[in-house]
Design a protein around this ligand. Structure first.
Ligand SMILES: [Zn+2]
Length: 253
């Protein structure tokens, strides 16, 4: 158990590192497949030994080797979170089969990527959501074909719900959030319901906090909603089905 968990956690570090590269390059139109990473400030190419996930950031104490410009902590944090998500998916879904484990891992990697792009550039790119949707459908089909219709219905309902909210409250959300909710439905099935609930609750709490701190000027601040949806999605990936069962047992028995 320990060795495969560690192996998959290391894989998660590498994928988390790639997610950060994707999130950085997609909005500026650079290919993630070609060219080495370089420092934003001095333009020096990042050497392979300075590009080891997590380790290099710690050894360099979070600064570029050449010019000393700080490297944002969100990069190693992303690597850590994805690694934890990979290990968690393995431990939680291993008994159900490899396709469920893969589904959890791909979902975590996608959520990490769109969280970064939404925080940095206020976009949730189609080039991430599209492939994620296709891979999600394939993996659900591989895991349990009988569950696919339910997951597709969940995707339609979640996307439709967000679409209505976007029409009612156009300043708060965009089409990226609508498409993200639909993709979450593909991966989570009925557990997308608690995911959206948690996402909206977290977003509302954050908004109340902003207003408490900054008063009426908080209304003009643009806060991306994707990261809150992603937070709800991660929680629902691991505990969403239990939440739905608890709800159904409590109120419909
Ligand atoms: Zn530099």
């Amino acid at each position: 158990m320990l060795v495969p968990t560690l192996f998959i956690a290391v894989l998660g570090l590498l994928v988390g590192s790639f997610a950060a590269v994707l999130a950085y390059r997609i909005p500026i139109g650079e290919s993630p497949w070609t060219g080495r990473s370089h420092c934003d400030s001095c333009g020096e190419t990042v050497a392979a030994y300075d590009n080891i996930p997590l380790v290099s950031w710690l050894l360099l104490r979070g600064k570029c080797r050449h010019c000393g410009t700080p490297i944002p902590a969100r990069y190693p944090l992303t690597e850590l979170v994805v690694a934890a998500g990979f290990a968690g998916s393995y431990l939680a879904f291993e008994d159900d089969g490899w396709a469920w484990v893969a589904l959890g891992c791909v979902f975590i990697a996608m959520l990490a990527t769109i969280t970064l792009t939404d925080l940095e550039d206020r976009i949730i790119p189609n080039v991430v959501l599209g492939p994620a949707a296709i891979i999600g459908i394939a993996l659900v089909a591989a895991a349990d074909t009988g569950e696919l219709p339910g997951h597709l219905i969940a995707a339609a309902i979640a996307g439709g719900f967000l679409l209505v909210v976007t029409f009612l409250y156009p300043r708060g959300m965009g089409m990226g959030d609508v498409k993200l909710a639909a993709v979450m439905g593909i991966y989570l099935g009925r557990a997308v319901a608690p995911a959206l609930l948690i996402g909206f609750a977290a977003g509302a709490l954050f908004g109340i906090g902003l207003i408490a701190r900054h008063g009426s000027s908080a209304r003009k601040m643009k806060v991306p909603f994707g990261p809150f949806l992603a937070l709800g999605a991660v929680i629902a990936l691991f505990w969403g089905d239990d939440m739905v069962d608890w709800y159904l047992d409590s109120f419909f028995d």
